[in-house]
Design a protein around this ligand. Structure first.
Ligand code: PXP
Length: 239
């Protein structure tokens, strides 16, 4: 069964809108776990627009599942990760002006610096995943820099699927080709970004897929049905 990593960044977005403690991010993590999350994913951005440093430490200390910390490969973030020691770090590209992570990492171009980042995190006992577009060239570079895991960026598929499922077929096929290539060269496979109750079905069938990281759609639906049922509904779709 494909594992569900629930990204709770936007619980923090809502909390930060008023600057107080509501909704409580730690309670959100525990609630997601009770309703079937196999892991909690949070993105500590350079501008701290949602998750704050204290959230990372508190969530890591209370959850029973696994923490996946998304972050840019900067010296500041690597130092925080080495201290907090989440189960996994997913390295993502980050631009201050973007609304969300817009594309995958250019591992080909950043090979030398990413080799150093991956090794600094691996030395601290942290599993490293690289968030990349479904490209053979990028997957080869992921293998070369020593990352054991990749997370395939499903954003292009998700955007195409909004128009209609037929429109999403070429991007879905690219994800399948990339997933098969991961199996061939021995990369563990996660995927995520832009996934919803409506479009997640075909992605669950990716060969060798271990985990999906899903956030915005679950938190958005939680407004209407509550966080627990919103997590449980996604979990059921992954089954
Ligand atoms: N995976 C990565 C690497 C991301 O940056 C994000 C967004 O923070 C997600 C998954 C989850 O995307 P969404 O919120 O669209 O489900």
């Amino acid at each position: 069964m494909v594992l569900l990593g629930v990204n709770i960044d936007h619980v923090a977005t809502l909390r930060n809108a008023r600057g107080g403690q509501e909704p409580d991010i730690v309670q959100a993590a525990l609630c997601a776990e009770r309703h079937g999350a196999d892991g909690i994913t949070i993105h500590l951005r350079e501008d701290r627009r949602h998750i704050k440093d204290a959230d990372v430490r508190q969530i890591q200390s209370v959850i029973q599942t696994r923490l996946n910390l998304e972050m840019a490969a900067t010296p500041e973030m690597i130092e925080i990760a080495r201290e907090v020691k989440p189960y996994m770090v997913t390295l993502v590209p980050e631009r201050r002006e973007e609304l969300t992570t817009e594309g995958g990492l250019d591992v080909v171009r950043l090979k030398d610096s990413l080799t150093r980042s991956v090794s600094a995190l691996t030395e601290a006992g942290i599993k490293v995943s690289l968030f990349v577009d479904p490209s053979i060239e990028q997957l080869n570079a992921c293998k070369a820099v020593g990352a054991p895991v990749v997370e395939l960026h499903t954003g292009e598929y998700a955007n195409a699927a909004i128009i209609n499922p037929e429109n999403a077929k070429p991007s879905l096929e690219q994800l399948f080709v990339a997933a098969r290539y991961c199996q061939e060269i021995g990369l563990e496979l996660n995927a995520g970004h832009g996934l919803t109750y409506e479009n997640v079905g075909p992605v669950v069938a990716l060969p060798g897929l271990i985990e999906l990281n899903i956030g915005h759609n679950i938190v958005a639906n939680a407004i209407f049905m509550g966080l627990g049922p919103a997590v449980a509904k996604m979990k059921a779709l992954l089954a």
